[in-house]
Write a protein that binds this ligand. Structure first.
Ligand SMILES: *[C@@H]1O[C@H](CO)[C@@H](O)[C@H](O)[C@H]1NC(C)=O
Ligand SMILES: *[C@@H]1O[C@H](CO)[C@@H](O)[C@H](O)[C@H]1NC(C)=O
Ligand SMILES: *[C@@H]1O[C@H](CO)[C@@H](O)[C@H](O)[C@H]1NC(C)=O
Length: 465
């Protein structure tokens, strides 16, 4: 355990009343314990009783830091870090903006005529924009009081609204700016404690002026990269959260699935690539490779419209018929096929160099997938995959089976789900204190704006950057 070795060093950073030779926990112990807890939590869905006294004293001795703005961090007697934001259990309060409370929010949810249906928006790979909102509305972490909220969720279904013609880019941009200008708390923190979901490869670019308004906010997106069409990536490793794409409910259901996995021996192909070329180099190379080695690599021409349109079942029947499912980049780095692979139980092979994967604090992706350089797509890839013994493939599939619950947007009652994973990530973003360039404070804790108006008297529209 690497972090244990640095234990003595880390105690120095804390105004500790204790000497480091005592048996109290250092921050490194706590973080190590936390890592164990989280990993154990996800992988076995059980809390391990053998965590020892270190983590339990951590849990019991820490004072609850005052939730109000006048609260100041008090380090624990053992010189530790406060429970808030880093706890061993989820302890979050998230305010979800109501569609009627902010003028314009409904446009971002249902389009200019209010006709875009959430039931349509919840389907498909971008369904996360609706699912996360709905799960939060039902969540025990939801608060209805803004004063006590750690974080604020701004619900919008803009990817879907735009796809269905409910708003154009210009309208989306203007509406966002109008909506944000009405949010006092957004102004207070400069957006730092506000959460937005952008469910597609475009990420926050769906809102043209995101870089001015949302560049401090917490963005939930499956896309960790967007370099092929724009100069800047809208994803920032340290403040944003990668979320899994939305896999078809028919495959993630507990009971009967659309398609059940085949035994390895029954699979016809070594590997497959399902998808359109979209003019992308890697994909074109795979289609070429499939022509050269049709017995090993399947890359059928898929019809996504017309009379021979491939249905959901047909799609998954193709996907399940190989040991390895190749997941090259398309319009952007993330691909839904990576997540789908876990439900037909093929080993995903990522051919997308810039990809970012969710929950890297708990999942070691080397156990469940392969990432191969996109510059080496050719016969050497097939040779390599062919050299992997079935036993190793079975092992990877078995490990994948254990963690795939993390890709499912299941109700909060499930201890392992995409939603729980996201809550853990968000908990790390919680701050005791919020400020922005336009926030000031006085000797008595009063928060004021540039004109020395007290926070409670700030009136919309609030000036934005
Ligand atoms: C977005 O809208 C704001 C406010 O209306 C405007 O100032 C800005 O120029 C727009 N940005 C883009 C890229 O359209
Ligand atoms: C964030 O937005 C502010 C205000 O427009 C701007 O000054 C700053 O450069 C932006 N930062 C990034 C990283 O884009
Ligand atoms: C804090 O001090 C300012 C300036 O003296 C005053 O206007 C304000 O009412 C005070 N706030 C509180 C909560 O007492």
């Amino acid at each position: 355990m690497k972090s244990m070795n640095t234990a003595n060093k880390s105690t120095r950073f804390f105004p500790s009343h204790t000497h480091h030779t005592t048996t109290f926990c250092t921050r490194s112990h706590q973080i190590a314990a936390l890592a164990i807890v989280v990993t154990t939590f996800f992988l076995t869905r059980l809390f391990d009783q053998s965590l020892g006294t270190c983590s339990s004293s951590y849990q019991n001795t820490f004072p609850d830091v005052n939730r109000q703005y006048e609260g100041v961090v008090r380090f624990g007697d053992s010189g530790g870090w406060p429970k808030r934001g880093y706890g061993t259990q989820l302890n979050l309060k998230i305010y979800v903006y109501d569609e009627n409370e902010i003028e314009g929010l409904k446009l971002l949810l249902y389009g200019r005529e209010g006709k875009i249906s959430p039931e349509a928006c919840i389907k498909g790979q971008w369904g996360t924009q609706v699912k996360i909102h709905r799960l939060l509305l039902q969540s025990r972490f939801r608060t209805r009081k803004k004063e006590e909220a750690d974080l604020f969720f701004v619900p919008t279904y803009v990817k879907c609204v735009r796809m269905m013609g409910g708003l154009n880019d210009k309208e989306i941009n203007q509406t966002y700016v109008k909506v944000l200008g009405q949010m006092r708390y957004f102004r207070l923190s400069g957006g730092r404690d506000h959460i937005f979901v952008f469910p597609s490869g475009a990420g926050a670019h769906l809102f043209k002026a995101w870089a001015t308004y949302l560049n401090r906010s917490i963005i939930l997106t499956p896309e960790g990269d967007r370099t092929d069409k724009r100069g800047t990536s809208a994803f920032n490793t340290w403040k944003d959260v990668i979320i899994p794409g939305n896999v078809d409910d028919g495959m993630t259901a507990n009971g009967a699935r659309l398609v059940d996995p085949l035994p390895l021996s029954k699979r016809k192909y070594l590997a497959n690539f399902l998808g359109r070329a979209q003019g992308k180099v890697g994909r074109l190379q795979l289609i070429e490779l499939a022509k050269q080695f049709p017995d090993k690599l399947e890359s059928p021409e898929l019809k996504f419209s017309g009379p021979d349109k491939l249905g959901r079942v047909g799609y998954f029947k193709h996907l399940q018929n190989a040991k390895f499912c190749l997941a090259p980049r398309g319009e952007s780095s993330w691909t839904l096929r990576f997540y789908e692979s876990f439900f037909v139980e093929c080993v995903p092979v990522i051919l997308s160099d810039q990809v970012e994967l969710p929950f890297q604090n708990v999942v070691d992706y080397t156990h469940v997938s392969i990432k191969w350089p996109s510059t080496q797509i050719g016969p050497e890839l097939l040779d390599y995959l062919e050299s992997i013994p079935d036993k190793d493939i079975e092992d990877m599939i078995a490990q994948g089976r254990k963690i795939r619950c993390l890709w499912i947007y299941a109700p909060e009652s499930e201890s392992c789900s995409a939603f729980t994973g996201i809550m853990w990530e968000l908990q790390k973003k919680v701050r005791q204190f919020h400020q922005s360039t336009e926030t000031f404070w006085l000797h008595n804790g009063s928060i004021v704006n540039r004109n020395l108006v007290e926070f409670s008297k700030w009136k919309p529209p609030m000036p934005l950057p």
